[in-house]
Ligand binder design. Structure first.
Ligand SMILES: [Zn+2]
Length: 191
């Protein structure tokens, strides 16, 4: 089920999204070395991540999900109700400063675990520092859904998927059942 449709186009290539079981999803991804910034390689990686996120109607996508074991991801937050829209942003070599307890509950899904949803506890706020594909520094203050998406993506860089973070596996369900039976207060984050 697509949660929403992206309308903006992008010039990257759509890449295959690997699924749970592919070993790259369980590796710790490597820092992108300094000499890669501003290169065609890293710009293409950012564009391909963005294009693939659009095509698969995700809210984010990490490089390991397209079988590239580097610390880079793209995300965006759709403007919706309480949430301000955050335009697509590629973040490389992120470092998180987590704020508050990891007790904010929300639904998540993952393009690498297609069809599944579950309730995941996350920190309510964070600061994410990193670089863009050209090496310019980024400092992102995030809360709510925005903070959730970033925590989900950075977990992918450490070989962690959302089910690892679930405290109550009884909330794990398939999308169709989620549509029928779940409490829909919160938009699921599917990244
Ligand atoms: Zn994911």
């Amino acid at each position: 089920m697509a949660i929403f449709k992206h309308t903006r186009s992008t010039d990257g290539k759509r890449r295959e999204v690997v699924r749970l079981g592919h070993p790259v999803l369980r590796q710790k991804a490597l820092e992108v070395p300094e000499e890669r910034f501003g290169t065609r390689f890293l710009r293409d990686l950012g564009r391909d991540l963005t294009r693939t996120m659009y095509e698969d109607n995700g809210m984010g996508l990490a490089a390991p999900q397209i079988a590239v074991a580097l610390r880079a991801f793209v995300y965006f937050v759709p403007g919706d109700g309480d949430e301000d829209e955050v335009p697509p942003q590629v973040v490389v070599n992120p470092r998180l400063t987590l704020e508050g307890e990891a007790d904010a509950l929300g639904w998540e899904g993952c393009l690498s675990l297609p069809g599944l949803r579950g309730i995941v506890p996350r920190h309510p706020r964070l600061v994410c520092e990193g670089l863009d594909v050209d090496g310019a520094p980024l400092r992102i203050e995030a809360e709510g859904l925005h903070a959730r998406v970033i925590q989900h993506e950075v977990d992918h860089l450490d070989g962690i998927v959302f089910v690892d973070r679930m405290q109550d596996l009884s909330t794990l369900m398939y999308e169709e059942e989620w549509d029928r039976f779940a409490d829909h207060k919160h938009l699921p984050v599917e990244t």
